[in-house]
Design a protein around this ligand. Structure first.
Ligand code: XMP
Length: 507
């Protein structure tokens, strides 16, 4: 497969995601584990990711020069990775005048091998403050933009570098470039397919849990924990997996019903715990988003522990942790953007070992796996939902009255999107309770009601996201359905912020 060395950018996952889409296994490796990349015979090619640092920063993530003198497999540097390659091999990096951000026209001078089969002029996505200003000896430039002469450069047969981001969708021939690198240059083989991976995952679960191990599965109402549970059920059979669903009162209206249906349909053993009151009480008067997350995370652990003890003895805790969560929570070099309570927040005092059979997978790989395991399609295609739930979609204090509005609004929005056939085109779509009131007219009377914001985004993996360019008719239908079906609302506004700079959730 391909090793993607991570220098702390938001882009490493996107790179690995794209490579897996080509059918080649890709894995993210933090930069300080470069030696493993050199030594592992299964690694056929290396990508150096982007990152926020400048190569001249004192604490910039670095590779030693030996990395380049010892490497025997092709290396593709992207953005920071390109600058680092040039810098360490004797070239020069300097500030790009004014920086270069967004869609940029690239002119290809030498299409071999990275630009094979693509036109001379093409759009690429740039996002950089520094750039390479002088090539190391033996390197040749292969493409330029107006403000970046050395936008792509190489020294065959091993070293390739691009200042732009081939992994983002805005780069017109980004996939072609990655394909040219992975297959054309590195001669990697197609070796990654999720249905084959199912048997490997099942084998691994059996091996980890052993002959008699007992597993406690945390169900959240979402896709990941459900797929993890069904997979584990397949691996271990009925007797050794007990699932637990905690109703925090912060979930979507349909979550519990979905969990119960799924359990019935697929034969999971499940206990549902009503903890609504406890969560509301703990959140009383809290307005700070991170504080909300901490309170919910801690209480979740506490309730979970109490219930787990009542359910008997277990050896393992099953979690539906996905690959991006593993890295974003600080195991890689990417900074922690938000504290995600579903990672690292395991109830430690239970002394359970972790079972995370999805920790190497991306969301749509999990969906494919779920499909193969017989989980119904409409459940699999549900949008992701954050652990702290509606609490981080309620701006200001969390009250049952507001949650109730949000739950109803969520169901209305979801129904309209399904009726209009756009639900599956979106990564997420949800209402936000803004905590602001505004005047409207309902019937003949002045109506002082709540302002509801609607957020709809498209994304590959939530690392970046575009606000959904909804047709006006759809927005109209959403707004009028929400206002007519939810009397407490007087006004609907639409969030037109992409990520970055916004995050998907409001809090
Ligand atoms: P942001 O808001 O950071 O969200 O752009 C990216 C994705 O992560 C989800 N999200 C969370 N998921 N616990 C979770 O399990 C959390 O605390 C959390 N915060 C955000 C969000 O819904 C989006 O899909």
């Amino acid at each position: 497969g391909v090793a993607v060395i991570d220098f702390g950018g938001q882009y490493a996952h996107l790179i690995s995601r794209r490579i897996r889409d080509l059918g080649v296994y890709a894995e993210i490796v933090p930069y300080w584990r470069w030696q493993e990349v050199l030594d592992d015979p299964l690694v056929k090619a290396v990508v150096l990711s982007g990152g926020p640092a400048s190569v001249y920063d004192e604490n910039a993530p670095q590779l030693p020069v030996e990395f380049f003198s010892n490497v025997t497999k092709p290396v593709l540097g992207i953005c920071y990775g390109a600058q680092l390659m040039a810098h360490l091999l004797g070239g020069k990096v300097g500030p790009a005048p004014g920086g270069e951000y967004g869609r940029t026209k690239l002119v290809v001078k030498n299409s071999e091998p990275l630009f094979t089969g693509t036109p001379t002029a093409q759009d690429v996505w740039m996002s950089h403050g520094d750039q390479v200003v002088e090539l190391p000896s033996g390197f040749e430039v292969s493409a330029s933009t107006e403000h970046c002469r050395l936008a792509a450069f190489q020294k065959e047969p091993l070293f390739f570098a691009v200042q732009f981001h081939p992994e983002v969708a805005h780069t017109q021939f980004g996939n072609a470039l990655l394909k040219n690198f992975v297959f054309g240059v590195a001669k990697a083989e197609v070796n990654w397919n999720i249905t084959d991976y199912v048997s490997e995952a099942i084998r691994e679960i059996r091996e980890t849990v052993g002959e008699n191990g007992m597993v406690l599965g945390a169900l959240s109402g979402g896709v990941d924990s459900a797929v993890a549970a069904v997979l584990t059920h397949r691996a271990l059979g009925c007797g050794r997996l007990q699932c637990l669903y905690i109703d925090t009162g912060l979930q979507r209206a349909e979550d519990e019903a979905h969990v119960r249906n799924l359990s019935k349909h697929l034969g999971l053993k499940i206990k549902v715990v009503d903890a609504k009151e406890r969560f509301l009480k703990a959140l009383e008067g809290v307005i700070d988003p991170e504080q909300k997350r901490k309170i919910i995370g801690n209480l979740f652990i506490q309730v979970f522990e109490e219930e787990a003890r009542n359910l008997g003895h277990f050896d393992f805790l099953l979690q539906g942790t996905l690959y991006p969560d593993v890295i974003e929570s600080g195991e890689g070099s990417a900074s922690v953007i938000k504290s995600h309570h579903n990672v690292g927040g395991l109830p430690q005092s239970l002394g359970l070992k972790l079972l995370e059979p999805l920790r190497w997978l991306y969301k749509d790989e999990v969906r494919n796996m779920g499909r193969w395991l017989g989980i119904p399609e409409d459940f699999l295609m549900r949008h992701p939902f954050p652990g702290p739930g509606l609490a981080v979609r309620t701006i200001g204090p969390v009250k049952e009255e507001y949650l109730d509005i949000l739950r109803r609004a969520h169901s209305v929005l979801e129904r309209v999107l399904k009726e209009e056939g756009v639900y599956n085109e979106l990564w997420q779509a949800f209402p936000v309770f803004t905590g602001v009131k505004s005047v409207g007219v309902k019937g003949d009377a002045r109506h002082y009601g709540w302002v509801l914001a609607v957020r709809m985004v498209q994304s590959v993996d939530a690392m970046t996201a575009d606000w959904y360019k909804a047709p006006p008719e759809l927005l109209d239908k959403i707004a009028s359905s929400l206002i007519s079906e939810i009397p407490e609302i007087s006004r609907v506004v639409y969030d037109i912020t992409s990520k970055p700079p916004g995050t998907i959730e409001w809090e």
